[in-house]
Each structure stands twice: as C-alpha cells, then as structure tokens.
Design a protein around this ligand. Structure first.
Ligand SMILES: NC(=O)c1ccc[n+]([C@@H]2O[C@H](COP(=O)([O-])OP(=O)(O)OC[C@H]3O[C@@H](n4cnc5c(N)ncnc54)[C@H](O)[C@@H]3O)[C@@H](O)[C@H]2O)c1
Ligand SMILES: [Zn+2]
Length: 383
C-alpha cells in the first residue's frame, strides 16, 4: 500500500512505502525543509553525511542549508565511480564513521546517486549492526528508483551487486532542484527508468510523456515536480507489495534482461545504464510482438518514445548467439530458462518463462537493423 498526499507548501508530496524492516516516507520537493523532516524522525546522537567529492562540489551548499548541518555533523566523502562501488569503499566509510565517533544512535544521510546510496545504505545496514539511514538522492535514477525499495550493496570482481542487504531507509528526500547540476547523459539515462515505469504500470503517464517529452528534457521544474513523485509512487507501490522480489517486483526488470546482456558484452564501458535499458525496452517490445502479445501500434509508440530520449550508443557488433549466452548467465534467469518481462499493452507487464530461444535470437538479430532503418527513413540517422 502506498498513498500520495499533497502537503503544504504546494509542491511537497509525501508517499509512503511499506517494508518489513519499517515503513518510511518519501518526501518529494522538500530539500529546503530537510532538517525539519529529519527532526521529526526523533533524536540522533550525531548526523553524518556520506557523499562523493563530485556531488558535494555541486550540491554541498544546498544540502548544508537544507540539513542545517551543525558542528556535530561530519561529512564523509568517497569515490562514487561504479568501479569504486566495492567493499573497499564500505570499509573506508565505516572506518571514517568510527573515527568520527558514530555510535548506535547516529544517523547516516546518503547524498548522491545510486552508487552513494548503495554503498552508504550497506554501511548503514552493517555498521554497529545497523544505524538509521536517510537517502537524499541526487540523480534521476536515484530519485525514482534506487533510493526506494531498500536494496543496498556493492559489486565484487565476480559480478555486480553480489554483496548486499535489504535495509529500508527511515526517510527519502527527493527534489528536482538537486538535478539541476546533473550531466545531461545521466539525466537522459534516468528517463529510461521513467519510461519503463510508464510502460509497466501507468498508461496515462506514457501519454503525458509523449506530449511533454520536450519539457521533460528541458528539466522544466513544474513538469519534474509532477513526474518524479508519480514515478516514486509506482516504484513504492510495487516494492510495498513485493519487497523481496518474489513476483511482482520482477516487472521492474522490463527491458533489463536485454540491457544486462548489452552491458556485459561491452564490458560496462559503452552504455550509461539507462541507454542499455532504452535498447532493451525496444527489444522487449519487439519480443512481445513476435510472441503475439504486444500490438504493432503499441510497439511503435514504445520505440518512438524511447527514441526521444536522445542518441544511443550503437548496438554492439557481436553475434546474437553471444548476446544470448550473456543473457543465460544473468542471475535473473531461473535454472537455465530465459524469463522475460513483457508488456501485453502499455501500462501493464508480466513475467513470461516460456519464451523460445530462437525467437529471442531473431529479435536480437533484427532490433538494431530495424531501428537503424527507421532512423534512416526519418532522416535522423546519426553516425
Ligand atoms: N538499490 C537499487 O535498488 C538500485 C536500483 C537502480 C540502480 N542501482 C545502482 O545505482 C547505480 C547507478 O546510480 P545512478 O544512475 O544514480 O548514477 P551514479 O551514482 O553512478 O552517478 C552518476 C554520476 O553523476 C554524478 N552525480 C550524481 N548526482 C549529481 C548531481 N546532482 N550533480 C552533478 N553530478 C552528479 C556522480 O558523481 C556520478 O559521476 C548503479 O550502481 C546501480 O547498480 C541501485
Ligand atoms: Zn535499471
């Protein structure tokens, strides 16, 4: 269950998330009153901020103002490159908390994108067996996706997100104001998850995106004030019903089986994650059509909207067979069977586990060709 409530002042919205580890609220549009929201959680012995140099350079002043940081607060900065999302960063941050005297009643505020949130979240889950955590997400992905749902964790050399914990925050504070300094490619990448939410759960939002994509790309404040809470609500609704991914939560993987294969064969160097999800959603729409589930007009609406996110790095020049084998080693495949989340119609998605491999292989073969051909026809081909 989750509800959305307009609170005053006008642009602030509160969305509740249910979790077995304790329910929490996402307050949207509230960075200016961060300190009041945190005070309402109760008393903490000290407040610690975890962030990265890059994020702190861009937003440190805004956050300090919003949090009313006092002399009892310490700021711990670590590298938020994906390559630094590892146990070394966990150790570094936990050590820094210890040296700063953080005890069991301390609060850790994670200020940054998904990397900061995942590392700081895991530290909060494990430092002194758990201290209070507040997320202040500063990327579009973090605001609509990674800060909600309680997944925390880091990568190993053997694979992504292999060590982690479910650890719900006490509070999430989102604000489009924090996205102003976000690089364009990161913002556009985040839009892929927004489009994904529309495809799997919100047909009216899909239509709104078709109408207002230009405003979204311009980061029009009014449009983002509406769009972000609406996406928070979708993610909150899904994870509130299925916190541990036993069923429903799987629909959030729409486009991701293809995306993970694309990322893996390009060694995570070619795509920003959202860009691979963009390709993945187009492929998933084609796959739905091939299986007689998704109507052709819905497929073209999906492709047209995804293309408006902007230019995508090219599909890799590897065989469909190597992409297929990358999919089969993805942890989201169950006992060697390929499972796919598909959308029978815009606004709905379900998981299918009887997808024949040869159909997937055909889709892998024609997706890049079809998209390249349509761009050529439209005269929008980019070298
Ligand atoms: N826990 C979950 O449920 C979940 C869900 C989705 C993704 N993730 C994880 O999130 C990570 C990706 O996160 P992301 O997409 O938020 O990107 P990110 O954390 O990698 O940040 C991207 C870049 O933007 C910079 N940045 C962040 N906010 C900024 C701002 N406001 N202004 C200027 N620069 C800013 C960062 O320093 C970084 O260089 C991945 O590791 C992924 O596995 C986790
Ligand atoms: Zn994703």
């Amino acid at each position: 269950m989750c509800y959305i409530e307009n609170a005053s002042p006008m642009k602030i919205k509160r969305i509740s998330v249910k979790s077995s580890g304790g329910n929490y609220v996402v307050v949207a549009g509230a960075i200016g009153r961060a300190s009041q929201e945190i005070s309402a959680l109760g008393k903490f012995s000290s407040v610690h901020v975890a962030s990265s140099r890059k994020v702190w350079r861009a937003l440190g002043k805004t956050i300090q103002r919003g949090l009313h940081l006092s002399k009892h607060s310490a700021v711990h900065l670590f590298d938020d490159a994906e390559s630094a999302k590892n146990l070394h960063s966990v150790e570094q941050l936990a050590g820094s908390l210890s040296r700063a005297g953080a005890d069991r009643k301390a609060l850790l505020v994670a200020v940054g994108g998904g990397v900061v949130g995942d590392v700081a979240g895991f530290v909060a889950a494990s430092y002194l067996r758990g201290i209070a955590l507040v997320h202040v997400p500063t990327t579009l992905v973090a605001q609509v996706d990674s800060s909600i749902g309680g997944k925390t964790g880091v990568n190993l050399a053997e694979g992504k997100n292999l060590v982690g914990a479910f650890y719900p925050p006490r509070l999430v504070l989102t604000d489009p104001e924090l996205l102003r300094t976000l690089p364009d490619r990161e913002f556009r990448g985040g839009l892929a998850e927004v489009i994904k939410h529309a495809i799997i759960a919100d047909a009216p939002m899909f239509a709104m995106l078709e109408k207002d994509m230009d405003k979204v790309l311009r980061r029009d404040p009014k449009t983002l004030d509406e769009l972000i809470p609406r996406n928070v609500q979708i993610k909150a609704r899904v994870v509130s019903r299925d916190e541990r991914e036993s069923g429903l939560r799987e629909i959030l993987n729409f486009g991701h089986t293809f995306a993970h294969a694309l990322e893996s064969v390009t060694k995570y160097r070619r795509y920003q994650h959202g860009e691979s999800v963009a390709w993945g959603m187009m492929a998933a729409a084609f796959l739905g059509h091939e299986l007689g589930l998704t109507r052709a007009d819905e497929v073209s609406r999906i492709v047209a909207l995804v293309r408006r996110m902007g230019p995508l790095p090219a599909w890799p020049s590897v065989s469909s067979a190597s992409l297929l084998s990358a999919m089969r080693s993805d942890k989201k495949t169950r006992s060697g069977i390929l499972r796919f989340v598909l959308s029978p119609r815009i606004g709905e998605a379900r998981s299918y586990d009887t997808v024949p491999l040869h159909v997937v292989e055909r889709v892998l073969h024609f997706t890049p060709r079809l998209i390249a051909a349509s761009e050529h026809l439209l005269g929008t081909h980019r070298a």
